[in-house]
Design a protein. Structure first.
Length: 271
């Protein structure tokens, strides 16, 4: 807590008159049913007239603040006599001034919460500061990009196939844009379907290209095969609400052509 609760602190947030009157009330036993509250204390304070008022005194940042339903007018940042007597009573009786529970962040928790883009930004900073780490970081980057174990390559192929199938089946006919557009001519439903399907495949084509460019043909082939498998899995098995209804037949042949050409150029012809 930012404030140490003692008599000196109470005096610092009250005028001399309020402190004097508060001490008089304290000596008269004016505080009734004091209780610890979150960040402070509360209780009933009986005034000289015999009437009791509800009072709360709390710690906010580095200050004491008070609420009182009595007749006194609280000046901003100052304690009235009722707040003074309650605070002094709490100090005298050593009542705990509770603070709200805090959530402590465990080591690494913030890093795990970052998005992929944010993690890249965090990684770039130490690499910029310490260029000698880039060689080691590059070696570490090769592992996820170029798995060598057959089980890992199979997992990459199967994961790609699942991603392609899911993305294609998620395309909805409401997204089809058909009809005449000035400067573009007439777009029928089959062409409109290809406009939605091709971007899905192009994402994986880009993945194949980058792995080939990095000299990772086995991984590139696994991704390429996964794309073809995903297209095959969509063949002829969909309902009327899917864009695939208008994609034509032989999806792997039509939409997998560019990927097959990429692999053929790389010396890994695919059927």
């Amino acid at each position: 807590m930012a404030v140490v609760m003692d008599e000196e602190t109470v005096h610092a947030f009250a005028d001399d008159t309020e402190v004097t009157e508060g001490r008089t009330l304290l000596a008269d036993g004016a505080v009734i049913e004091p209780e610890s509250e979150q960040r402070g204390v509360s209780g009933l304070v009986r005034d000289g007239s015999g009437a009791a008022c509800d009072v709360w005194v709390r710690v906010v940042g580095r200050e004491l603040t008070a609420e009182c339903d009595g007749p006194c007018a609280l000046a901003s940042g100052r304690l009235c006599r009722h707040a003074v007597v309650l605070a002094l009573h709490a100090v005298e009786r050593r009542l705990p001034w509770h603070t709200p529970p805090t959530t402590r962040r465990t080591r690494g928790e913030a890093l795990h919460a970052l998005t992929a883009v944010e993690k890249a930004t965090v990684l770039d900073r130490p690499l910029d500061d310490r260029p000698e780490l880039r060689t080691e970081a590059d070696k570490m980057a090769v592992r996820p990009l170029a798995p060598r174990e057959r089980t890992e390559l199979n997992a990459l192929q199967e994961g790609t196939a699942a991603d392609v199938e899911h993305a294609l089946r998620a395309l909805d006919t409401d997204s089809l844009t058909t009809g005449y557009r000035p400067g573009f001519g007439y777009t029928d439903v089959y062409e409109a379907a290809s406009h939605l399907i091709e971007p899905v495949i192009e994402q994986h084509e880009a993945d194949v290209r980058r792995r080939l460019a990095l000299g990772m043909p086995e991984a590139a082939e696994a991704v390429a095969l996964g794309v073809l498998d995903g297209l095959d899995a969509c063949e002829g098995d969909y309902d009327g609400d899917e864009v695939l209804c208008y994609a034509g037949e032989s999806l792997a042949e039509i939409y997998g052509y560019k990927i097959r050409e990429l692999m053929r150029t790389a010396g890994r012809a695919m059927e």
